[in-house]
Write a protein that binds this ligand. Structure first.
Ligand code: UDP
Ligand code: MG
Length: 242
């Protein structure tokens, strides 16, 4: 663990919008697992303009945790934008994105890192047993099917943003609301290799979900058309070779 810029191996990026009760337990759990990896790390909370005490909680945690950083959004900008801000600020070669609501299990981090072989640029979590209500499980199944049909890709669980990514692959990812669901496809279109592994999923016990079926569906459909266009026009992100 270090707070000097040059030798951070892992950057954990956590979008935070009103997660005051989740942050303490999650940061402690993360710290325990990250220490076992033997790699230096930082944890970046991207505070997406929370209106609860999330920022104060993070600042309190920072007093005894030099690896914990916070970047504040001036306006609430959504999970994709929070992720993108995290990518910009990350110093590690490897970026792990995790939700701040404790639904992703930090114990999966070693498996995500193991799967990030030399020729792999992104390891994407697929929730083994989804701990959400049936409406969300069903809508997510329909959405994944439609998305794959539209994009021509095969991504089992696009809504799972628990991932390990090579920072070098993230330079040209377009930022738009909803991008987080297309990140594996966007990376593949740019010539990078994305693989999937099963991860745990836990029920949300504190705070509330920021999304419902209504605010995801229509945008998600429009995004699929945008992705078809992008597929036709994309250029390889890794085109320049030394
Ligand atoms: N989030 C955010 N900005 C928003 C909405 C959500 O940063 O405008 C964060 C949120 O705090 C959480 C992650 O994005 O860490 C995923 O949100 P949520 O758990 O509500 O989504 P779900 O898991 O229900 O899809
Ligand atoms: Mg969640």
């Amino acid at each position: 663990m270090t707070d000097s810029a040059s030798n951070v191996d892992l950057s954990v990026v956590m979008p935070v919008f009103n997660e005051e009760d989740n942050l303490g337990p999650l940061v402690n759990e993360l710290e325990g697992v990250l220490k076992t990896t033997g790699r230096s790390f930082e944890v970046i909370c991207v505070n997406d303009c929370s209106t609860d005490n999330s920022l104060a909680v993070i600042q309190e945690l920072q007093k005894t945790r030099p690896y914990l950083r916070v970047v504040n959004h001036r306006v609430n900008s959504g999970e994709s934008a929070a992720g993108a801000t995290g990518f910009e600020n990350a110093r590690g070669e490897i970026v792990i994105t995790i939700d701040a609501d404790q639904q992703n299990d930090p114990a999966d981090i070693p498996a995500l890192l193991d799967a990030l072989k030399d020729d792999v640029d992104a390891v994407c979590g697929v929730r083994r047993k989804r701990e959400d209500d049936w409406v969300r499980r069903l809508s997510s199944r329909v959405a994944n099917g439609f998305r794959n049909w539209m994009t021509g890709d095969r991504i089992a669980d696009a809504g799972c943003t628990y991932r390990a990514l090579r920072r070098s692959a993230l330079h040209e990812v377009p930022v738009f609301n909803g991008m987080h669901r297309f990140l594996p496809t966007l990376l593949r279109l740019q010539g990078y290799k994305a693989v999937e592994i099963l991860v745990n999923h836990r029920p949300r016990t504190r705070g509330t979900s920021k999304y419902g079926v209504g605010n995801r569906m229509w945008r998600g459909i429009v995004d699929c058309f945008a992705m078809r266009w992008f597929r036709a026009r994309s250029v390889r992100g890794d085109r320049a070779r030394p």
